[in-house]
Ligand binder design. Structure first.
Ligand SMILES: [Zn+2]
Length: 551
């Protein structure tokens, strides 16, 4: 992080000096564009002028050309759409970057293919060393069952293997991994987790849910060097940039990951601004070093403290008030109860940190709101911007409490489209109250766009299509009452994301004085078949006045 940024400098100037900044000539002008500014006072424009990393003019071609000098570069955009850069308000870029660097990508369509991939990796890995896989998705493999320890033993008896689900809340391990972790049939379930057994034989099947995954994960040595951490950030930052993302929230940052974002920024590799939500286990170290929410600059900034209440949507462990479809006795998992979350949150609250709690099911959301209500009783803060990460299954009274506490919900934006085959476990009726962007917007609640990548794909065009059509990749519709317009989706994907990180005054819309973060789209999402929004090409992405991606 820079010690003293240009923004701090500009902010420290008296108002008159600030005015003169706006009279400076443009370095770059984009003209002949169809600009969707997401600024309600000037929704559309033809041209935009940029100086340094800021926008200095938005308006008609003629007006903006007045800001040009002999040194101004001018680009004719040819009538194409320009929007603000997309803000992914909840993702896991640091971890995902490292996984892409080193782990076996198990985003495959059969257990056989996954076994082959693990087998190939085992041939190149010294015996006894761990093999890790990621992005496994049980409902997307053709066998329609979970991968188990027997499958993995067949292809890798001499290497401990762990494959995490793309949802990140369950893991699938082989017998050697269980042995190393000292887990056998008699091992009791840990609090907030489950070591799964075959219902008929009682034998372990290698599936570990929620906190039970830590029983194995703690034995895996972290072999990533500081340079590896940085390389992971570089890799993912390029991937995000290609999809039009200019800002991302890392929803669970460790001290090493925070360092990796700073390293990447300092070496000029970072192409995406990052808001770092610090995980509970890293909180004391960060807080005691004097940092808290808002510390940093517009490239790498400390965000909320990130806590967890219940399970996952994609792995069907979210805690629901009504059982899962087809499993009348199963309601999902609470990982931390109200008192536990309160205890984890109170120090941060008293130190003026933003607080974000992962809560998916309506039971988890209710518990989280109770915690926020108690925190505000303990110390009434103005504008704490509490966040509920995912906030998936809601009802009228939850929305009312969310509004009263001014909580920011951050629901999954690509799940309806991408995880459609899982939705039958929630049911059509419940889907009318899931990923409830429309309900939040109608209530005036600043809901954001999020991927949670790896759990959901991060491409903003998929997110917009998913929110606008509520239709999955097979054509099935889930919760049509929650459909929103393209214009609404754009707002959710930009200015609302900026609000969630206290940055609505510096980004999230295209207006004078804001950061020049923008995207040029190949087609107009308002004018094409909504089922083809996903195919709209991202032609260019700009962050802070510099192209971070050019097709
Ligand atoms: Zn997450």
């Amino acid at each position: 992080m820079k010690k003293f940024s240009r923004r701090d400098f500009v902010a420290s100037l008296p108002p008159l000096a600030l005015m003169s900044c706006y009279l400076e000539k443009a370095d770059l002008i984009l003209y002949n564009a169809d600009i969707l500014t997401v600024n309600p006072n000037q929704p559309s424009a033809e041209a935009i002028a940029i100086s340094g990393d800021k926008i200095i003019g938005v308006g008609s071609n003629d007006d903006i050309m007045n800001l040009s000098s002999a040194y101004t570069k001018k680009i004719n955009v040819g009538g194409k759409i320009i929007t603000p850069g997309f803000i992914d308000a909840h993702s896991h870029p640091a971890g995902a970057g490292r996984s892409h660097l080193r782990n076996v990508d198990c985003d495959l369509r059969s257990i056989e293919e996954i076994k082959n991939a693990i087998f190939e990796r085992s041939k190149k890995t010294p015996k006894g060393e761990w093999i890790s896989g990621f992005k496994y998705d049980d409902t997307k493999t053709k066998e329609k069952r979970y991968i188990n320890n027997i499958d993995l033993d067949e292809v890798s008896p001499d290497h401990p293997v762990i494959i995490t689900h793309r949802g990140g809340h369950t893991a699938y391990v082989n017998s050697l991994a269980l042995k190393i972790a000292g887990i056998d049939e008699k091992t009791p379930d840990p609090k907030g987790g489950n070591i799964e057994r075959d219902p008929e034989t009682g034998n372990l099947n290698g599936r570990l849910l929620e906190t039970a995954t830590y029983l194995v994960e703690k034995f895996i040595p972290n072999k990533f060097t500081r340079a590896d951490y940085q390389a992971g950030v570089k890799l993912i930052s390029n991937m995000l940039s290609r999809s039009g993302i200019t800002s991302v929230t890392d929803a669970g940052t460790s001290v090493k990951s925070l360092q990796s974002f700073e390293d990447s920024y300092n070496s000029g590799e970072l192409k995406t601004r990052v808001y770092c939500m610090i995980r509970d286990y890293a909180f004391d170290e960060v807080n005691d070093s004097g940092k808290k929410t808002g510390y940093g600059d517009e490239w790498v900034k400390i965000g909320a403290l990130k806590l967890v209440c219940d399970g996952s949507i994609s792995e069907r462990t979210a805690r629901l008030s009504e059982p899962y479809i087809g499993r009348p006795d199963y309601y999902g998992i609470i990982i931390n109860n109200e008192d536990e979350i309160f205890e984890q949150a109170i120090k941060a609250h008293l130190n003026d940190w933003q607080i974000a709690v992962h809560a998916n099911g309506d039971v988890g959301i209710d518990i989280t709101l109770k915690v926020f209500e108690r925190l505000q009783k303990e110390k009434k803060r103005i504008d704490p911007r509490f966040r509920i990460e995912h906030c998936t299954i809601i009802n009228k009274s939850l929305v009312q409490r969310i509004k009263e506490l001014e909580v920011i919900p951050n629901p999954f934006s690509t799940y309806v489209y991408f995880h459609g085959e899982k939705m039958k476990e929630y049911g059509k009726e419940r889907l009318e109250n899931m990923f409830a962007v429309k309900s939040f917007l109608d209530a005036g609640v600043p809901v954001t766009q999020t991927s949670d990548y790896p759990p959901g794909p991060f491409e903003p065009m998929m997110a917009i299509q998913s929110s606008v059509t509520r239709t999955d990749y097979t054509g099935e519709v889930w919760g049509p009452s929650q459909k929103i317009s393209v214009e609404e989706a754009l707002k959710v994907a930009t200015i609302n994301g900026a609000y969630a990180s206290y940055e609505e005054n510096i980004k999230g819309s295209l207006e004078i004085g804001k950061l020049a973060d923008l995207v040029i789209l190949g087609q107009d999402p308002r004018k094409i078949d909504p089922m083809k929004i996903i195919d709209i090409p991202i032609e260019r992405t700009m962050v802070g006045g510099k192209w971070s991606y050019e097709s």
